[in-house]
Design a protein around this ligand. Sequence first.
Ligand SMILES: [Cu+2]
Length: 535
Amino acid sequence: MNSLSPIIVLIVINLLFVIVPLFTNDVGVTAEPKVYEYKFHLSKIELAPDGFKKLVSAVNGQYPGPPIQVCKGDRVIVHVENCLGEPTSMHWHGIFQYNTPWYDGVVGQTQHVIPDKCTFTYDFKVDHQSGSYWYHSHHRGQYMDGVLGPLIVYDDDDFDKKTYGYDEDMIVLITDWYHDHSANLFKWYMSPESKGAEPVPDNALINGKNNYNCDWAPKGSECVCDSELAKFVFKKDCKYRMRIINTSGLSSFTFSIDDHDMKVIEVEGAKTKPYKIKQLSLSVAQRYSVIVDANQPCSNYWMRIKFQKSYHHHKLAMDNKAIISYEGASHEYPTSSPCTDKVEKYLEFYLKPLVPCVPPKCDKLLVFDVEFKKDSKGITRSYVNGSSYIADEEYPTLKKVYDGVHEFSRCENIYQLHKKGEVIDVVFINKDYREHPFHLHGHSFWILGWGKDDGKFESWYKKLNTFDPIQRDTSTLPEYGWIWLRFTADNPGIWGCHCHIEWHLGAGLLVQFLELPKDLKEMEAPKSWWDLFPK
Ligand SMILES: [Cu+2]
């Protein structure tokens, strides 16, 4: 092969696996439900998103993976062809999977892995929801190697555009980025040597781009300085909806655009009353839509994502950038200065739903203590009510339900919700010194309150917002603090509820809600789902 061959191969892969809507109308224009069919070819290829060349687990030869863009009510079919040389799965983060719980994509819970050289087809509807979501592998730490992309569900008939008055939609994926493979890092993390400290990222990316100081790269690595930054072009006086999605494995970021205010209008599928901010805090897996008004003089401005945790003595730039360039501006780098206003970490408690909705009263309360401690081998693991989750990859929970299993081992952390329509309150209490972004599958929850753990449980209950809380699917449990979530058990399935920091999840920070097991058992998983299990 000559040196151009990998590029040619990439182009061919991209041509072979372009997104194929079965109907050709523009997305987001009509309210007629459609079928969108995608082919995702997963493979490991050498890419250098920040100039540092590494093996990336790419979707259709690219990182980040291609966007899925559909409308509320549409049917989404994704053929995941696994050529990674290792098993995989795909999760559709924030999608409720009503009537298709077997397509949630969680190894050990809702499916067997997709083995190497096999294809599995996900087929689900995005009913009753619209907003900013993403897809990612839900097998070990694999999405940190690249298996992810945005999933946008537009509302019927451009409802949002009319309501909020914006002209264009933009997707902004932000992430931390490791130069080593997640499996190597995970091996180190789950050893006594790490003492429970997470691997420190090497960089941060915006839409898969950044540059890197190659002086920091290990000897012998291929690295190019001044790699291209992501660029967003603004037309003067247009309004942009930016859908910001934190696809990190570890890091919370503060997002801002120099000299531009933002108005929050969406949190993870929940439309909000517009709320003006200058800086936006996003924990792992959180998403917000903001409106940005291109009302500044025609020039270039920095978009910034700042690591919230400071990693001292490490080779890592804390402030990472992309370019906002007004049409007609120079090709020079921006010279704008960052905003220094205070960042509101728990923004969700200031946001109001666009259409107020009083949540129903609680029927059942579950309280979960979260802590980290060393096991007998000196490995730091995470525990929920004293039990550290271990995935049963060979025998996922859904298969157990079909097999009539009623008793589960303690390390599966299964909590059964038997009563249809029961309103469940979940309180996480953090005994750990770090914050943990908790994500619930199959639902969005009302986030009723948060605070520091002063031990006064009764007083927490009294100050909950049960009048007009926001609903979302990923909320941050503060260090030594608590959060109070509420959802209705109306979706038969196995729904993980876990810290989305990939290291903490791998160390056991997960519970499974086995929701309406009787109904679930009656629902028939497709033959292709059964075929994933070894004969
Ligand atoms: Cu965590």
